[in-house]
Structures are given as structure tokens and as C-alpha cells.
Design a protein around this ligand. Structure first.
Ligand SMILES: [Zn+2]
Length: 451
């Protein structure tokens, strides 16, 4: 490998203009095919968003990184993908039918609806009109199964993925011959009819969760709770979030759900302030106890080590895939000046980057150069999401890839035809390496793994 290194003259903007605002993120996401407003040609649907061609790659990579860490790299975890629609009794057992509610008030004048616990005035904050008494509004989306709309056919879109795990505890334990402690991990959509969604993809009515229910022997729950808090806090840093932007916020006693023994939020410093990325809770045996009662099925566990029978306790690390994706995006957003021109780039961890490498022919009117670049790309794309692009000058192509966080741009030039070497340019530093053509695949692999 040659040591030749060069880079475009690079500096951080003098004004350190790099303040990240949600407006900059929303604009970048729209412009570069990461995230679009849903149903936009019809004027959009409030607080719903569609992941575009590069957004779906980014979010899939976030989910894959989570699955990698909590399933593939562990001996004590199984995966699951439960249905969104579940037996309605599930939500009675879980407590959602009775108490998954927000207190709402309506304005008698303008008809707007508000969370009673968010109001600071006694009259409508929009028009000053008189408000109704507060009443409880269930956040679950209801629909009907089958052709008849009667109460017997009511089902809910799940408001959390966790219950799909609890009701499969016995199935998974028995089929996989598991002993405690072990966990079940699941990624999937959940739905909550939030009255005040907002902050881009941070709070939406349809969202995706990455949840673990980790089953332990009562008495060992506190140790495992502490373990999972550390484990999950470290995960965000492993994939590039800066330590100073993360913190743990333990819930006060009066914030805890009645069944939870402890709960802590992992918070990220979003542009709108510290907000929850993930919650880790010690749920005791509440869930399995309730499902035992409501289903009539014995969900106790027989512990062969001391020949006792008990209901397992549960530690629940519950993360949001959309929130994590948004946090990785915001944390990666950078502005600097390269060769006298302002640049925006995403310093994403290579494992999360939507595109791993872009292959560019320096001269697109030289058929042999194009041919070599296309052949290189054909090899790389079998392993990673890579692109071949020649639709603009090299400087502009670099900027486009910087803006979507592509870690490597590989350039084929006339000299490549003779020495069979290509130039690899690095996104963050703009430094360049000259390496043999037949080393490119191994080179990318090394960088992806070492990063
Ligand atoms: Zn009003």
C-alpha cells in the first residue's frame, strides 16, 4: 500500500457556525432522500414521516447494529417478531385498556384539544375560549377484525412490542431450551394516538421500537438492571454518539409505574433539549403475573439449580429505532470549510452510513476508466450498499457523498489503467490513500470493522 496522502485544505468555519438545529436536519433529510413528510403531495399527514432511499438504509443499519449487539454477540438472547394485532385480552392484562390514557380538555370555542397536564392557563392557549372538564383519552388505536364492526371484533394496534414478548415467554423458553437468565429481543412497529407529537421523527404516532425483555431470578434483578443500564449506555457510544451528549436520568419515585421497582432514561441532548432515547426498567414479575392471571396459563419457571418455582422478574431495555436514528443523524452533523468552500458532512460510524463507498471515474469520457470503475463497483456491491456515480465533476460528487455520510470515495483515473491503483478519499479528513485495485475490498472491510 502506498503512503501517498493528500487532502483538500480544510478548516472549521471561523464562526464555528456548526450549531445543529432541527431545521438544518429536516432540510438535509428532505434534500438528500433520508426522510420525507408522509403523503406530501396531499399536504402531508401530521407528524408522520417516510424514510427515503437513504433513510431506509440508515435506519436498517441502526436496527442491524442493535440486533448485532444484543442478539448475535450474546449467548443469552433470542430474537422474535410477533404480530402487531394481538388478542384484546392482552391489553386488559397489560393494563393498557384501563390506564394507558392522557387527560384531555377541549376548547368550546375553537374545538382544539390539549393535554390537561400540559396546560399552564385555565382558558384555551390558542383563542382564550372556555375549556371542558378533563377526561381520560385512551392512546391505543382501535380497529375491527373481520367484517362486522361490533364490540366482539375490536382489536388494537399494539402500543408497545413488549407484550408480544411476554405472551411468547413459554414458547421461546421451551422451544429453545432456555434457562434463566435469558432475554428475548424484538424490533417492530408500535402505535400511540399521541395528542402532541412533534420534533420531527422524535415523537410520532407510528414508530418502531427495539425492545428486550430479560428474564431473571427474583433477587438477581438489581444486578441485572445495573448491568443493562451500562450495556445500553455504552452501545450508543460504540456507534459514535459523543459521550458528552448522553446522560442517564433515573426516574424519581413518583414517576415510576406502580409495578416498576426502578427505571432510568438514557437521554440525548437533542436540539430541543435533553430527551429520552431509551428507558430501562425493572418491571418485577408484574407482566408474567398479569398474563398468568388473565390467560389462566401457569407462567412460573422451575429452577433446577435450587429446585424452586417462581415467576421470573423482568428487566426491560426499551429503545426507539426512530429516535436512535435521529440522534445518530444529529450527532454526526458537521459543518466545516474545505478548499475555501463551506461543507456539510455526516460523520456517521461506517457501520451506520447508508452508502459505504462511492466509485467515481475521474474521466467519464475515457471508456477504459469507466469500465474499470464499473467493474470495481460490481464487485463491491455484492457485499455492501455502494454506488457508481459520474454525473458531475469530482468536487461536487465528493460533496454529495459527504452530505450523506459515505465514508469512502474511490476514484479511478488514467494512471489507474497503468499501475492498477486507485485513490481512496476519506470523508471526515478528506485525506487520500493510493491503494492497489485488488486491495479495495479488504481495505473497506478493515475500516468498517476497526471503526
Ligand atoms: Zn380555543
Amino acid at each position: 500500500m502506498s503512503d501517498e496522502k493528500q487532502c483538500e485544505e480544510r478548516q472549521t468555519p471561523a464562526a464555528a457556525g456548526g450549531e445543529v438545529t432541527m431545521d438544518k436536519i429536516v432540510s438535509l433529510c428532505k434534500r438528500r432522500g433520508l426522510i420525507f413528510p408522509s403523503s406530501e403531495i396531499y399536504g402531508g399527514l401530521g407528524s408522520t414521516w417516510d424514510y427515503g432511499p437513504l433513510g431506509v438504509e440508515l435506519k436498517n443499519n441502526v436496527k442491524r447494529a442493535w440486533w448485532q449487539s444484543v442478539v448475535y454477540e450474546r449467548d443469552d438472547m433470542e430474537g422474535l417478531d410477533a404480530a402487531i394485532l394481538m388478542h384484546p385480552r392482552v391489553w386488559e392484562a397489560s393494563g393498557h385498556v384501563e390506564s394507558f390514557t392522557d387527560p384531555l380538555v377541549d376548547c368550546k370555542e375553537c374545538k382544539k384539544r390539549f393535554r390537561a397536564d400540559h396546560l399552564t392557563t385555565e382558558r384555551c392557549p390558542e383563542c382564550g375560549g372556555e375549556l371542558t372538564e378533563a377526561r381520560q383519552f385512551n392512546l391505543m388505536f382501535r380497529t375491527h377484525i373481520g367484517p362486522v364492526e361490533d364490540s366482539a371484533s375490536v382489536v388494537y394496534l399494539r402500543p408497545e412490542t413488549a407484550q408480544g414478548i411476554f405472551v411468547n415467554f413459554e414458547n421461546v423458553r421451551e422451544s429453545m431450551r432456555r434457562k434463566l437468565p435469558f432475554g428475548i429481543a424484538q424490533i417492530g412497529k408500535a402505535f400511540r394516538n399521541e395528542i402532541t407529537p412533534g420534533n420531527f421523527t422524535f415523537r410520532t404516532r407510528e414508530f418502531e421500537q427495539m425492545e428486550i425483555e430479560y428474564f431473571v431470578k427474583p433477587g438477581e434483578d438489581e444486578t441485572w438492571y445495573d448491568y443493562w443500564v451500562q450495556e445500553r449506555f455504552a452501545w450508543y457510544q460504540r456507534y459514535g454518539i459523543r459521550a458528552g451528549k448522553l446522560r442517564l436520568r433515573p426516574h424519581a419515585k413518583d414517576e415510576l409505574a406502580h409495578y416498576a421497582r426502578a427505571c432510568v432514561d438514557i437521554e440525548y441532548l437533542f436540539p430541543m433539549g435533553w430527551s429520552e432515547l431509551e428507558g430501562i426498567a425493572n418491571r418485577t414479575d408484574y407482566d408474567l403475573r398479569r398474563h398468568s392471571e388473565f390467560s389462566g396459563k401457569d407462567l412460573t419457571y422451575f429452577d433446577e439449580t435450587d429446585r424452586t418455582r417462581y415467576l421470573p422478574y423482568v428487566i426491560e431495555p426499551s429503545a426507539g429505532a426512530d429516535r436512535a436514528t435521529l440522534a445518530f443523524l444529529i450527532d454526526a452533523y458537521r459543518e466545516d470549510v474545505v478548499a475555501g468552500r463551506e461543507r456539510v458532512y455526516l460523520a456517521l460510524h461506517p457501520a451506520l452510513a447508508p452508502i459505504k463507498a462511492a466509485v467515481l471515474p475521474l474521466l467519464r469520457n475515457r471508456p477504459e476508466v469507466v469500465e474499470m470503475a464499473r467493474r470495481l463497483h460490481a464487485g463491491l456491491r455484492r457485499r455492501w450498499k455502494t454506488i457508481y456515480t459520474d454525473t458531475a465533476g469530482i468536487g461536487r460528487l465528493y460533496r454529495r457523498q459527504d452530505e450523506v455520510g459515505t465514508p469512502f470515495c474511490i476514484t479511478v483515473d488514467v494512471q489507474s489503467l497503468e499501475d492498477r491503483q486507485v485513490t481512496v478519499r476519506h470523508r471526515d479528513t478528506t485525506l487520500q490513500d493510493r491503494i492497489p485495485l485488488d486491495r479495495v475490498e479488504a481495505y473497506i472491510e478493515e475500516k468498517l470493522e476497526s471503526a
